[in-house]
Design a protein around this ligand. Structure first.
Ligand code: NOJ
Ligand code: NOJ
Length: 578
């Protein structure tokens, strides 16, 4: 090599290095300035004394103070639980010891919501799946994508973290007498309903959803451990059995051909979705290493998935144009998103960074990283010639890759920073065309996501929830809780060639599919009849539809019909076609 070539290479390496150093310094600065703003922004949205949440009961988290376009002045179980998990982690780690009474307010508020009868049912008939409530703790009765079955799982995960801290600090009675009854309701709901269809976390698709399944799995595992600690041994075998079944089902979302996790079993989309990235960071368990069955952040499957997810946004947002094919870019919920025009979301972009920081934490603890054929494409972004193998931390391959991945992760935080206004406030979305904040202002979840992303960047190691050493059962048992026989009778006059069908809100009624709707029998014409086995104690909505000889469909008029199935026995409807 000539001297000048050598100098050229050196300069090139130096300028790359100084670019990386400059980025990391400016990301450091963003983390320091944004952290207190995010914390304050989050607290401002919690009643009763949060600066932006007047009218919210104590411990109630508003999703955002925005009251129109969109109106988010409600409390969602998902958002609230993710937000309080952040606060509980800050409290139990000693980072902020002032939060205890707010956490106790949250416990009280959620126990009231659990008992609030709502359109999904009562506490014993499915009401725990209700996604959102009014901020004065009454039911929201408008139409909505319900139920959403991630809520009880996320809420119990937050409360279990608090319970574990209380137990280590000798406060067993509060855990057994106050927390456990609340946690148990949620976990029993998860155990009995995980196999039922659910709206996804974006409230749009009713099917099975990876995020929901993953957080349900986690909640039953840590719930079973907590139950054992406090002597509630009667629940553990049920929780463990269903956790095994859920873990088995969780594997089915993986698409081995295209190397990503398909977010939903329904919905007719690509399935590339931040759903899966959020699932990985919210079920991070450092003790499980890079386990792929639980889709740990550094697992080959989760890394392959992450690349596919990121790449799906490269060409659809104009703010991403011109970015190199391996550079960090703005990311949103899923590429087909059209809500508010379909923009990048702060919490989704931060989730990418968080998954990468989590991965770096585990590689550093293990002192090595593995590349498999599944994760090869992910790693080749950072070193095109790298090959499958195990690379110890002493190797140059390990340093090259981990340095590049750290700077890739920082790149997502840098994008988050670039599109955050100078006052540091975090809306829900930022425009895909010019990056200006859009949709709901001061989204509490955006603040929470910034705090967990920053904590991961700082090397924060969360507590284990029991992901290590699990084995996936060889065959999956699907599970439905108790069922009851319901006979649907409808008086409907038809003409030659017409038939009456039934569809509705649960899997047994084909999830509102007109194509798969159940054909009813005209034996007692004009009464059309069918008997279906439905989940017990559940609010079920349904409609009859009419198909003519050519298959064209006429729906009954609105609103939907609704029944609450009994705990046992049978039920017969007595409807007339509308
Ligand atoms: C409101 C939901 O909160 C949002 O997630 C969804 O995209 C829109 N409704 C459109 O369905
Ligand atoms: C819409 C989001 O899609 C959903 O996940 C969230 O719970 C609500 N907004 C409230 O923030």
């Amino acid at each position: 090599m000539t001297a000048s070539k050598m100098r050229g290479l050196l300069l090139c390496a130096l300028s790359l290095l100084s670019g990386v150093v400059a980025q990391s310094t400016s990301v450091d600065a963003y983390v320091s300035s944004e952290s207190p703003i995010a914390k304050a922004g989050l607290l401002a949205n919690i009643g009763p004394s949060g600066a932006k949440s007047s009218g919210a009961e104590p411990g109630v988290v508003i999703a955002s103070p925005s009251t129109e376009n969109p109106n988010y002045l409600y409390t969602w179980v998902r958002d609230s639980s993710l937000v309080f998990k952040v606060l509980i982690d800050q409290f139990t780690s000693g980072a902020d010891t002032s939060l205890r009474s707010l956490i106790d307010d949250f416990i009280t508020a959620e126990s009231v919501l659990q008992q609030t009868t709502n359109p999904s049912g009562s506490v014993t008939t499915g009401g725990l799946g209700e996604p959102k409530f009014n901020i004065n703790e009454t039911a929201f009765t408008g139409s909505w994508g319900r139920p959403q079955r991630d809520g009880p799982a996320l809420r119990s995960t937050a409360m279990i973290a608090y319970a574990n801290w209380l137990l280590s600090n000798g406060n067993t009675s509060f855990v057994s007498d106050t927390l456990w009854p609340i946690i148990e309701l949620d976990l029993d709901y998860v155990m009995n309903n995980w196999n039922q269809s659910t709206f996804d976390l974006w409230e749009e698709i009713s099917s099975s959803s990876f995020f929901t399944t993953a957080v349900q799995h986690r909640s039953l595992r840590e719930g079973s451990t907590l139950a054992t600690k406090i002597g509630q041994t009667s629940v553990t075998s049920g929780y463990n059995t269903q956790a095994d079944n859920i873990l088995c089902f969780l594997q089915s979302y993986w698409d081995p051909t295209d190397g990503y996790i398909t977010a939903n079993t329904g919905g007719g989309r690509s399935g590339k979705d931040a759903n899966t990235v959020l699932a990985s960071i919210h079920t991070f368990d450092p003790s499980a290493g890079c386990d792929a069955t639980t889709f740990q952040p550094c697992s080959d499957k989760a890394l392959s998935n992450l690349k596919v997810y990121i790449d799906s946004f490269r060409s659809i947002y104009s703010i991403n144009s011109g970015a190199a094919s391996d550079a960090a870019v703005a990311t949103g919920r899923y590429p087909e998103d059209v809500y508010m025009n379909g923009n990048p979301w702060y919490l989704c972009t931060m989730a990418v960074a968080e998954q990468l920081y989590d991965a770096l934490i585990v590689w550093s603890t293990q002192g090595s990283l593995d590349i498999t054929s599944t994760s090869l494409a992910f790693f080749q972004q950072f070193s095109s010639s790298v090959q499958p193998g195990t690379y110890a931390s002493s190797t140059s391959t390990y340093s090259t890759l981990t340095n590049a991945i750290k700077s890739f992760a920082d790149g997502f935080v840098a994008i988050h920073a670039k599109y955050t206004p100078s006052d540091g406030s975090l809306a829900e979305q930022y425009s895909k065309t010019d990056g200006t904040p859009t949709s709901a202002v001061d989204l509490t979840w955006s603040y929470a996501a910034a705090l967990t992303g920053f904590a991961a960047r700082g090397g924060n190691t969360p507590a284990s929830w029991g992901a290590s050493g699990l084995t996936v059962p060889a065959t999956c048992q699907s599970f439905s809780g108790p069922t009851v026989a319901v006979t649907f009778d409808v008086d409907a006059t038809t003409v030659e060639g017409e038939n009456i069908y039934l569809t509705g809100s649960v899997a047994a009624l084909e999830n509102w599919s007109p194509d798969d709707a159940l054909l009813m029998s005209p034996n007692d014409y004009p009464i059309w009849s069918i008997t279906v086995s439905l989940p017990a104690n559940t609010v079920v909505e349904y409609k009859y539809i009419r198909k003519d000889g050519s298959g064209s469909v006429t729906w009954e008029s609105d609103p939907n019909n609704s029944i609450t199935t009994p705990a046992s026995g049978t039920l017969t409807t007595n409807d007339s076609w509308r």
